[in-house]
Design a protein around this ligand. Structure first.
Ligand SMILES: [Zn+2]
Ligand SMILES: [Zn+2]
Length: 324
């Protein structure tokens, strides 16, 4: 675009502004970061693909601005809605919606989800990008189960149990952490072998960032799952709801339902615990469940789930802990 053209459009905008247009409205209109040209119906501005914030009238202006813009240009956050066993756990469901920095690693996302759902971080986890064309897994025969579970001790490859289920697995490289087995953490990782497939690449969660996976065209339309605790198999469905302003930390935007008790025995165990609180006349077994939840669980809640507390969760507390 020639300088003259630039001047002409700017003048047209000025004229419009003076001819009774609302002044603040014009000032709030998107304009080119270099030449200040305002967006009109005839002239749509370009938007920086990364930050989705800075606007340009032309590729030339964008190129001219990049040297100074690149230091402040940050990719937008991803708004992720995460639902725990959405088919099984309803009324209330257990969901959390987070705004997540695109530069955060999946390990950091795991930690944010532990806070948001009130988990106690005593177990292993992975994230999976689900293959949309996966064939249902056949029931593995006994020999395959044994071969798979023995593979790490035999130093051999793990035989596949069926067709590929996932395009990618993002895993915790060292599930035992400091202290190994003695730390009591990650014992459920012995079930890891049943999740391994020779056609599914595995990446260390500490080494891969959200943006890298979420903007990957190869995974477009594929479901994302976060699994926590390979014993109780807590499946969390992850949905990308949109983008938000870039931030350095995670933040919580909403959710529903009291966090689930760690080691309660999968979704059915949680439903039984809820039932133990809903009944007016608990059986001995139901009383024992209540006591366990109030004082025995790793993420116990001394107030229990009675009087509708199964709906309660503290968004302010979650937000404060995510900011730390
Ligand atoms: Zn930008
Ligand atoms: Zn321009």
């Amino acid at each position: 675009m020639s300088q003259r053209e630039v001047a002409r459009v700017s003048l047209a905008d000025m004229t419009r502004m003076m001819a009774g247009g609302n002044e603040s409205e014009v000032f709030n209109q998107p304009k080119c970061a270099i030449c200040n040209i305002i967006e009109t119906d005839e002239r749509k501005l370009l938007t920086c693909a990364r930050c989705k914030k800075t606007r340009y009238c032309s590729k030339d202006c964008q190129a001219e601005n990049w040297e100074s813009h690149k230091s402040t240009c940050t990719a937008q956050n991803y708004i992720l809605k995460v639902s725990l066993c959405p088919t099984e756990i309803t009324n209330p469901s257990v969901t959390r919606t987070l705004s997540c920095p695109s530069t955060a690693t999946f390990e950091q996302l795991h930690r944010a989800l532990q806070i948001a759902f009130g988990w106690a971080s005593t177990h292993t986890y992975d994230f999976k990008i689900i293959d949309p064309n996966a064939q249902p897994e056949p029931l593995p025969d006994f020999t395959t189960i044994i071969k798979r579970s023995m593979a790490p001790w035999n130093d051999g490859p793990v035989p596949d149990a069926g067709s590929r289920q996932n395009l990618l697995r993002i895993i915790e490289k060292d599930p035992f952490g400091p202290g190994g087995f003695a730390s009591g953490r990650g014992i459920d990782s012995m079930h890891n072998q049943s999740r391994v497939h020779s056609q599914t690449p595995e990446v260390d969660s500490k080494k891969i960032k959200l943006g890298k996976v979420l903007q990957n065209k190869e995974y477009e339309g594929a479901g994302i799952e976060y699994e926590y605790d390979f014993g109780d198999c807590w499946q969390h469905t992850v949905e990308v709801m949109g983008r938000a302003e870039a931030s350095k930390k995670f933040s919580c935007l909403g959710g529903e339902g009291h966090g689930v008790a760690e080691d309660v025995g999968s979704d059915s165990g949680w439903l039984k615990l809820r039932e133990a609180y809903r009944t007016m006349n608990p059986t001995t077994e139901q009383k024992e469940r209540r006591t366990w939840f109030e004082s025995g669980a790793s993420n116990s809640d001394p107030r229990g789930l009675g009087n509708g507390r199964e709906w309660d969760w503290d968004m302010i507390d979650v937000s404060a802990r995510l900011r730390r």
